[in-house]
Every structure is written in structure tokens, then in C-alpha cells.
Write a protein that binds this ligand. Sequence first.
Ligand code: MSP
Length: 682
Amino acid sequence: MASRFYVTTPIYYINDVPHLGTAYTTIAADVLCRYHRLRGHESRMLTGTDEHGLKIQRAAEARGVAPGAHADEIAAVFRATWPKLGCAPDDFIRTSEPRHKKAVQELWSRIKARGDIYLGHYEGLYCVGCEAYYTEKDLEQPGNVCPLHKKPAESVKEESYFFRLSRYGDALLDYYKRNPTFVQPASRLNEVVSFVREGLQDLSVSRTTFEWGIPVPDDPKHVMYVWFDALANYMTALREPEDNTRFWPADVHLVGKDILRFHAVYWPAFLLSAGYGEAELPRQVFAHGFLTYSGQKMSKTLRNTISPVEVASALSEAAAAALPGSPGAADVGVDVVRYCLMRAISFGQDGDFSLQDVLSRYGSELGNALGNLLNRVLPFAEEVPAKGASGPLEEELAGAHRQAAAAAATAFDANQPTRALDAIWTVIAAANLYIDKAAPWVAKKTDPARLGTIIATLIEQLEAISVMISPVMPVVAGRMREQLGLPPIAFEEGSDRWPMALPSRAPGEKLRRGSPIFPRLEKEKEAELLARFAPPRPDAEPGKADAKAAPEAKAAPAASGGAEVAAPPARQGKSPVAFDDFARLDLRIGVVTSAERVKKKDRLLDLRVDTGDGAPRRIISGIAASYAPEELVGKRVVVICNLPPRDFGKGLVSEGMLLTAEVEGRVRTITIEDAAPGTPVL
Ligand code: MSP
């Protein structure tokens, strides 16, 4: 029987519409679910909306609508958003649904029957933004200000039911000890353990001062604490409309780091109290980090400005416009956003998402590395050629594949999509390098059988790559497969489609070369997109908390790591340049494919350099006094690719510049070994 996989996202509050932060978790869950489906596991993904509580009641009141009507409206927006980001949840639960209410009331009654719920009085502080109880030491003083919402917590004094959380400290600590991967990343486990070790207080689990919640069984003037109601969704959704309880326990609850405590402490305590054994507790709670956008904290204004769906569709439009008449690129934007979210921010860490970075990854990792690999292979054949004997180059590439396929699977199994993509991109680089070394353009002239072997080898690799990228980029995987003449991936429970071993194709099968999947975007188009999605100025005043995220004070580009400090120490040399300006340089590895002297211009060499654009670019370089042309052919040099073209007269227009250094009076090119043409230099 096939194994099972069950992944959940937090259910989202409906005081907000979907934004980059919530899209991040939902996309990650979708990626993991698609991966497990590929592995032949019976897989299920759950998302939904968290609709009760004071926060939602107030949001509805502020709009002058009933909470139920507000909930219907916003839940519909969430439900409609996920498919637009390529996410295909199997179920969408709303906590206002009867199936949920009924099951939560049963859970309450079970816990009450165990003697773990009692009536008392709560007096203390409550942050409505977090829907959480706090003590003074959790809050910023003076004023009991919530560190997350920057608003004073409210004083609450009312009759309340309590859950005997204090009973479960030891059981939880034992559980963490026996299940060291229950909280991931591992560094977050310490946080949870020390919270529990400090001693758990009983938890207030009902409210009487508002009505928008699930009534407590037998005492309907109380509504349940919204987290008691919400956490149960992961189980209640499995009971109706069909019985999916076989999926319990969940393999992984994906959550943001701000809500780890609810999932890693309260939720397992509720379950233990309700009589579930350790084997029935969720297997893992994975807390991902927080995203900033272009170095700015996601304030409400920013969240509303940067809609991931709009970013995706603007990218699709730009790609389609770069290839007029070809509908091929029309929906590539969603995959680009999914890829960048999973690749640019190491899953589990905080990170920055910026359109500048998306565009640069689009050009380099997607266009130059992945797209170009396909474009470099398909022009050589209309059908799959016969594969002759493999030589050392083929062995080397097969080894790179084996390693990447195993490493990516291990990473996906550990809920680490970023590492999985890193592994997959190593084989993409290896395949590009294989083309450089195997030189099919030479074999084409001299040895057609060898050409067949090279192309068949690459077609196998491309097929394997199409499968491995499919959890993150299902649309792109489909496009690649169309061009490779392959059907969509056929999922079947119990059948593992992961290409641990390379697939092989029958010679003669048709290939269907198409237009580039990631067409190059014009600089003007990029500038237009950057302007359209530029973050608004932060809404906080200088000196207030949000102002810390202002770009002047804090630039946190993912590639640089760390933040810029205001006054760098004085050093000799040129004046400082902003990181963003530096990041605009398109520096790439190029392979010199030909070099000749320029008549009557002693200083100049006329070079052709493959920088991964398909056709080599022409570079006129003033290094003739230091290099004979033949010394340069085959060298891997560093090229600045986005300088404006420079005219040296007589039709000699240079499309870039080599990086060089003068060493003891001789100009030397900066060279690097073993990198595919087009590899970005960062
Ligand atoms: N309703 C609760 C969850 C209940 S689950 C039983 C809730 N909802 S939320 O809508 O406020 O947040 C949902 C998720 O979005 C949380 O995991 C939170 O961490 C995540 N994010 C909100 N802003 C974020 C970023 N800027 N970056 C990454 N994730 C962020 O909490």
C-alpha cells in the first residue's frame, strides 16, 4: 500500500486578504504535496480560513457588515486565490462550517470529560491582533505594548473556562525528547523547550464578552477561545464530507515562526488531553521565517501593494510580450514567483523577496541555466537519436544526476525545498558544462553517431529535470515535456516517479522544439516592472518601529546577507556604491569561442564569447598586447553583459567587456575554471 502524506497550512485570518506572507506558506505546502504525489504517496493538502474571534468581529463591525457575511466574502477571496498561484489544496476548511463546529464541540467535551476543563475567572492582558494572552513580561513597557502589533494589549476580566495546560509540561518535554524532529528547524526547538520548562500556566479557553465564536457545549454564553477552535481544523477537516481520517496524524503543519508556540505546545497538549496517544500527535511542526519585501517589513500597506498574484501575472505578461505571437510564455509568471519564493529564501530562515532579485533569477537561473539548456539541445534533433556507448563525459554527467536526484529527494523529504532546488540546479549546471565539453557542434560536422549520443544523453537529463522541478514549477515542467515530446507526468499511488535512475527514450520518438520558456526581458520592461512594484515608502514615522525597515536605514538584499551600516569606515579607493547599484551589473562567465586580431588596430582583439545567450556575443577587447588570440580560445572569462554597446568604428560594436587586472605591466583576464557559460557572477 502506498504511504501517505498530509500537509497543512495555517488557516488564515479573514481580517486580511491573501498576501505574500500567506502565499509563501501555501505555495510551500503545495510544493511538498506535489513532491509526495510524485513519489506515489497518497497525499493531501489542507488550507482554509480562521473566521472566529474578537479580531474578526471587530473587522466586520468596522465595515458595517455582519461577521458571517464578512466571512463569506473574504473566505471566497482566499479560496479563489490559491489556484491562481498554482496551488491545488485538496480541501479548504472554514471554521464557520457546521462540520468544523460539531467536531470542535466534541473535542471540547472529550477534554472536559477528562477533567481538564474547569470554570474560573481570567484577569490579565490580551492582544487582539495575536488573539493571545500575555503577561507584562511578554510585552514592551511602558504601556504593555504587543511587540508584534505595536498596540497596547487590552485588559480582560471575565468568567472563563480554563484548560489544564499545566498538567502537560512533562508529557510535552518527553515527547520533544523522543521526537527530536517534531519542531523544525531544530534551532526553534530550544525556544519551545525553554517555554515549556519555565512552567506552563493553565490556559483561558473561553470568552463571554463577545459572541462571534463556537458556543461552549452546555454553556452557550461562553464562546471558545479562537485558537482552541482553530487548531482543531487540522483534524476536523478529515471527518467530513468524506472520511479522510486515515491521513491523521499530519506529517507536517507548516506555520510561521510567530505561531509556533500554539502548534508545538497547545495543540499537542489538547490532543494528549483528549486521549490521543503519542503516535497520534502531528509528526512535525515546521516554522518558516518571515519575509520582507525589498528590505521592508510587510506593513499592511505593503502587503496590499505587493499582491503575489499580480506580480505573477505581470511577469507572465512581460514574458509573453517578449515573444510576440507565441502564447507559450503566457502563464510562466506563477512558476517564476513560486520558484523565487522557494529558492531565494532558505526555508526556515527569514529572508527578503524583491522584484530585482526575481528578475535576476529569471534571467540567470531560469533563462540562462534551465531554459538555455533546452534551447541548446533541441536545435540538434527533431527526434530522439540513438544513443551509442557512453564515455567519461557521459559518466560524469550521470554521476552528477545521481547525486542531485538523491540530494533533492532527501531535501524534499526533510521539508527543505530550498535545498532541493539547490541540488537540482547543480545538475542543470553540469548538463550545461557537458555541452561545452562534449561540443555537439563539432560532432555534428565530424561524427554523427557521437552527436546522437550527446543529444540522447541530454534528452534523458532534460526529462529527469522536468520531473524534479515539477513540484515547484508545474507549468514549466509541462512546457519542457511538450518540447521533449513527452506526455504530462502520470501520477499513480504506489508508483514512484522520482528519477533516481535516468529515464531512457526510444530512438525515433518525436521532439517538438518550441519557443523559449523564459524569453529574455528587455531592460525597459524590467524597469517598468520594478517601478510598478516598487515598495511604497514605509508608513511609520522615523523613530517608530517600522522606520527601522526603511531602505535608507536597512537594506537586506538576499544576495548580500546582512544589513548596510550607516557609515562605512573610510578606506582608500573609489566612493561607495549602493548594493542595489552593484547588483544591477549583469556579470557572467563566458567562454571565448573565437579570437582574432583587428586590422590596423594593434591593441584590439575581436572575440566571440558564449555567455549563455544561445549565440555568442561579440566583444572587442583592448588586450592584444598581452594575449595572442589563440591563448584566449576556450578560456572562461568574466564578462559584464549589460553595458551599452560600444562602437570602436568600422562596424566593430562590442556587446560587453571582459574583467581584467594589470599584473606587472601585463593585462590579465580574470578566469575561472569549470563553470558553464552564462553562470552568474554575484
Ligand atoms: N489564524 C492564525 C493561524 C491559525 S492556524 C490554526 C493566523 N493567521 S494569519 O493570517 O495571521 O497568519 C497566517 C500565517 O501567515 C502565519 O503562519 C504567519 O506566520 C504568516 N505570515 C504573515 N506574515 C508573514 C510574512 N511577512 N512572512 C512570512 N509569513 C508571514 O496566524
